[in-house]
Structures are given as C-alpha cells and as structure tokens.
Ligand binder design. Structure first.
Ligand code: BES
Ligand code: ZN
Ligand code: ZN
Length: 514
C-alpha cells in the first residue's frame, strides 16, 4: 500500500472514502450507546450527525456505517468506524479500527482510502495524556497495513481487492505534535512491514517453504536490509555437534537450515552493552515424526515455523530502526518427518552443550531444535536471549488464542519485555517455570527427557527444558502456538497468519537501545 501522511482539514480532502473513528461515550452499563466522532471538524461532525443520532450505529469495536455523498465533504463516502467504549479506548482500538476501515473498502472495490487521525480532545482532556499521538499514529498505520493483506496468493482466480493507497489525514497542529505524528507514522510503517513479511512466510505451505527456502528468504531479506546472514545446513550441525537439532532434522529428505542474521550498530557495539539473541523455532512442517500426529488438523502444522518467521521479520525492522545494540537472529529450521532415518522414542541425543536428552515423544521436537539454538546463541556472545516458538498445544489449552505464553528465568528481563506490550498491543501472559518444576522432565537414563512425566502443565514442562539451555543467561520464552494463526476472520484481520510476537520483540530490542 502506498501510505502517506498529510496535515490538512479532512473535510477538504478528495477521496473515494474517508474513514472517521467514533466511540461510545455512554456512561453506565445499561445506558443506550452514545456514539461520538473522534474528530473536531464541524463539517465532518455535521455530516455524520444524523446517522449518529439515529440509534442505528452503536460505535461497537469493528462496527461500521457508510454514508454516500456526505454533506460538505470532498470525500465521496464517509465511513464511520466504531472503536467501542470511550472509557476503554487504547491504541489497540485505533489499530483495529484502522484495519477495519481498510478492510471495509475491499468489498466495495475501492482502491484508495483516507483515515482521519483520531482527535482525542473530542472526548476529554484525560485522553490527551493517556494516548500520546506518537503511539496513536503508529498503531493506526500498523492496523491499516496489517488489515490490508489478504492471503489469496494461491488462488488461481484471484479477486484483486487490494487497497493501493492510504492517506492518513491529521489536522494542522503545533510543530511538536506534527513531528510526533510523523515519527509514529514512520515507525508504524517499519513495524507493520516486518510483521507482514513474517506473515507472508508463515502463510507459505510446507511444500513451498522448506528449511532451505526459508534460509534463502531470510538471506534475501538480509541482503536488502544490510544485515549479515549465514545459512548453514547438515554439515554445520555436525560440526557444532547439535545432536538435538540434527535428531529432528534427520528424518526428512529436506536438509535443515541454521540461519544466523547479524545486526551491528554503527561504530560497533559498546563494550558494556548487551548482545541480544533472537532464537526461532522453524519447523516448516511438523508431522510429529514417529510419534505421528492424528490426521485431523495436521495441515495446520505448516505454521510451526511462526517463531522463526517472527525472528526474521524482527531482524528486518531492526535493520531499519538501527537500535544501539547488537542483535543476532538465529533460526533452527527442519522438517519433522517419520522415516527410516527418523529419530525414535527412546533415543538419547547429545546436545551441543553436552547435556543429554532422552526422547520420549518425537512430536516434542521444538524444544530440541531450540535447545541447540539457545546454546549456540550463547557461544556467539549473546548476553540476553529471547525465543519464540509454536511450542505446545498445552499453551493453547491454557491461554486460548488471545494471550500467548510468556516464560522467563529473569524478572528484570521479563519486565523489560512486558514494558513493551503497551506499545505493541500484543498480549502475553506469564506462566511459571520455577525450578520446582524441574522434576517433571527428569529422565531415568539421561540428563532430562523431552516431555513431562504427565501431560499436566505441558507448556511449563517445555519451558523447563529450554531453561536448562538458557542456563544463567537472562532469557524470555514466548509460546505462540495459540496466537500465530487467526482461525476466524475479524473486521480488522483476515483468516491466516497473524505475525504475533514481531511487534513485541522489536519493542524489547528497542528497550535496550540506550
Ligand atoms: N508444534 C507442536 C505444538 C503446536 C500445537 C503448535 C498446536 C501449534 C498448535 C509441537 O511440536 C507439539 O507437537 N507439541 C506436543 C508436545 C507433546 C508431545 C509433549 C504437544 O503440544 O502436544
Ligand atoms: Zn511437534
Ligand atoms: Zn512443533
């Protein structure tokens, strides 16, 4: 999408469709909805007055109403987009509202859309402080860019419903405010670009996106973005003695890929600054291996590389945002297949760190590739680690699709991650991985086993294994199994890959940039 920012009066902007946000300011639970526009232009307010007073539009989140030839406006259409209750308004509603506006244009066949920047003064002074323009602007752009994409590239008769141009219209204001809006706008474009890149990778079917192809896509991105990238395969796994990663990979005729992407800040990293390691699970298809999964729903396991894609996308944004901290992205990619060469339950593998793992279930493969990935990151000098993985069904059972799992061995590092969630608008819920759970992964014959003793607390059991390999290094683990794929089309988001974790990982990295 060609996305621009203009400072002018929204009423005077000629466009096929101008979208304006509205909130419900009604107080009390049983009060009738009282929709109010987040816009201070008299002309725009007048044009929408009748429909807002009609009771037909309640300003619920994702609700829209369309007016043709709005009086006094240069726009051909006025779309009022509901954001829900004024009281609960946050940047995330703006993100969703912007996505809703862009997606509403698609069935109408409109190629150009304008969105009026929300003027929160329309509600109350309180909101001016609570919702800084930079955050609003960024969220608006992100929502619009994310909502625009439809994953229909594999349809032979594609209905092209792309919206090609978006103009964000903010009114003329003080220079400082304009600068903030511009800064948020620029940031939003970078972050959304990264998230959409991640989503495009996750959307690819397993027969197209093999580990080798994932490596090639990462390398192409790095080349364009100015990052160093190395893509290794089988030989390197043997050389590094990555016995756990190799165990997973060896049942497939597709060779594995170990992808290392490096960002160095200008002038090199300062000596006392951390080196951040971003480690991703890149199983391009997870059959479960010899502990094979049931056929029902197995097709979804093409998104078992969403953690890897999140890291590759994050690196793309990092290259553009240029934080003052060194970042290394590491992806462990393989296909988990049953085969004559496949690893088996009962096998014992020796990881790169030297620790041994008894394989009890070959479907618990993500923690194996990450065990070697996390250790490798430490040998490359990473002082702080974060990993993302569609790791456990148990995490989906525990948290559903709205919150992803968050685990950490270090409160300060975890707090740093949580501090970025307001800006990212993503939801992560911390679950335990304290040492009293260690007993759960005790093996009779090796240092640990790759499943828990029981199926209870499965997300924590997986985290406990990763924790062994993070060791003393501060580490955050994101279990995104429930949030990486959107099953239900929403007004602001199509069915398919979500790109979860990209925005929060970028914020976490930015948090270390002094
Ligand atoms: N890739 C799956 C986890 C998963 C489940 C991702 C649902 C997305 C949606 C992972 O490799 C797996 O199969 N985990 C097993 C572990 C078990 C065998 C200990 C699981 O969660 O059942
Ligand atoms: Zn599995
Ligand atoms: Zn898996």
């Amino acid at each position: 999408m060609d996305t621009k920012l203009l400072f002018q009066d929204a009423a005077g902007f000629a466009t096929p469709m101008l979208a304006v946000f509205a909130v419900d300011v009604a107080a009390g639970k049983d009060a009738d909805p009282l929709p109010v526009l987040l816009n201070t232009s008299d002309t725009v307010t007048k044009a929408a007055a009748k429909v807002l007073g009609s009771g037909e539009f309640k300003a619920g989140l994702g609700e829209t109403i369309l007016l043709h030839s709005p009086a006094g406006l240069k726009a051909e259409r006025l779309l009022v987009v509901g954001l829900g209750k004024a009281k609960t308004l946050s940047a995330d509603e703006i993100r969703k509202g912007a996505g809703t506006a862009v997606r509403a244009a698609k069935p109408l066949g409109l190629r150009e859309v304008a969105i009026a920047f929300p003027e929160d003064r329309a509600i109350s002074d309180e909101h001016v402080d609570a919702l800084p323009c930079l955050l609003l602007s960024r969220a608006l752009v992100e929502g619009a860019e994310i909502g625009e994409v439809d994953y229909d590239t594999y349809r032979s008769e594609r209905k092209d419903r792309s919206v090609r141009s978006l103009t964000v219209i903010a009114k003329e204001s003080e220079k400082r405010e304009r600068e903030e809006i511009q800064e948020g706008f620029n940031l939003g474009l970078i972050v959304a670009g990264a998230q959409n890149f991640t989503r495009s990778l996750v959307n690819e079917p397993g027969n197209v996106l093999t580990p080798t192809v994932l490596g090639a896509r990462a390398a192409a991105m790095c080349k364009e973005a100015g990052l160093t990238c190395e893509v290794y395969s089988t030989e390197k796994l043997h050389e590094l003695k990555m016995g756990a990663f190799w165990a997973v990979a060896k049942g497939s005729t597709e060779p594995p890929a170990l992808i290392v992407m490096t960002y160095e800040p200008e002038g090199g990293p300062a000596k006392d600054l951390p080196v951040l390691g971003l480690v991703g699970k890149g199983i391009t298809f997870d059959t479960g291996g010899i502990s094979i999964k049931p056929a029902d729903g197995m097709e979804k396991m093409k998104y078992d590389m969403a953690g890897a894609a999140a890291m590759i996308g994050s690196m793309k944004a990092i290259a553009q945002l240029k934080p003052k901290v060194k970042v290394i992205g590491i992806v462990c990619s393989a296909e988990n297949m049953p085969d004559g060469n496949a690893f088996k339950p009962g096998d014992v593998v020796t990881t790169m760190s030297g620790k041994t793992i008894e394989i009890v279930n070959t479907d618990a493969e993500g923690r194996l590739v990450l065990a070697d990935g996390l250790h490798y990151a430490k040998t490359l000098g990473c002082t702080h680690l974060i990993n993302a993985a569609t790791l456990t069904g148990a995490c989906v059972v525990a948290l559903g699709m709205l919150n992803a799992g968050l685990f950490s061995n270090d409160d300060a590092t975890c707090a740093k991650f949580e501090a970025g969630l307001k800006a990212s608008g993503e939801k992560f819920w911390r679950l335990p991985c304290t040492d009293d759970y260690k007993d759960q992964i005790k093996s009779q014959i090796a240092d640990m086993m790759n499943t828990g003793k029981t199926r209870y607390g499965g997300a924590t059991n997986a985290a406990m294994l990763l924790k062994e390999f993070a060791g003393d290094t501060p580490w955050v683990h994101l279990d995104i199994a429930g949030c990486a794929w959107n099953e239900e089309t929403k007004p602001w988001l199509p069915y398919g890959p979500t790109g979860i974790a990209v925005r929060s990982i970028i914020e976490w990295v930015r948090g270390y940039s002094a």
